[in-house]
Design a protein. Structure first.
Length: 154
């Protein structure tokens, strides 16, 4: 597998871990241990999970948790006032938080890659409407947080 494929798997695992923490209330250490030893690169209930770049997985997960309040504010400002982040399903929140974290903090990853990757994660679990919403929010954030990446293309 290529580095890009390992990172794709890390993003998916990070979203699943954030979802699990949100729904079950499990702590970060328990979640890291479970995902790194029982999910990433393993077969679970007949499904084969791809190997992931563990450092990247940890960075996303720990980064989201460390900056969650600020990330949530950024996301909420781009959502409909009648439908804030708290009203979204837990996996949608996880996808938006992880994507926003990467846009804000992982400047080594191009914004277009971040958007595409998280739209693909959403597409794996939801229909086109939900994936479109993820695209719209992350694209808006990317144009604000990474203005230089988009200004040079104009």
């Amino acid at each position: 597998m290529s580095r890009a494929e390992h990172r794709t798997a890390a993003r998916l695992a990070a979203c699943q871990a954030l979802y699990q923490m949100d729904v079950t209330g499990r702590g970060i250490n328990e979640c890291l241990a479970e995902f790194e030893s029982h999910w990433i690169g393993q077969e679970v209930e007949g499904d084969q999970y791809k190997p992931a770049e563990i450092a990247f997985f940890r960075d996303i997960l720990l980064g989201v948790l460390a900056d969650q309040i600020a990330l949530d504010r950024l996301i909420d400002l781009r959502l409909e006032k009648t439908w804030p982040l708290a009203r979204l399903e837990a996996l949608m929140r996880a996808i938006l938080r992880a994507g926003t974290y990467e846009l804000k903090k992982r400047l080594d990853v191009p914004a277009r890659v971040v958007i595409t990757e998280y739209v693909d994660v959403a597409g794996a679990f939801y229909g086109s409407d939900e994936a479109g919403m993820i695209n719209a929010v992350l694209d808006t954030l990317a144009h604000e947080l990474r203005l230089d990446e988009f200004a040079s293309r104009s």
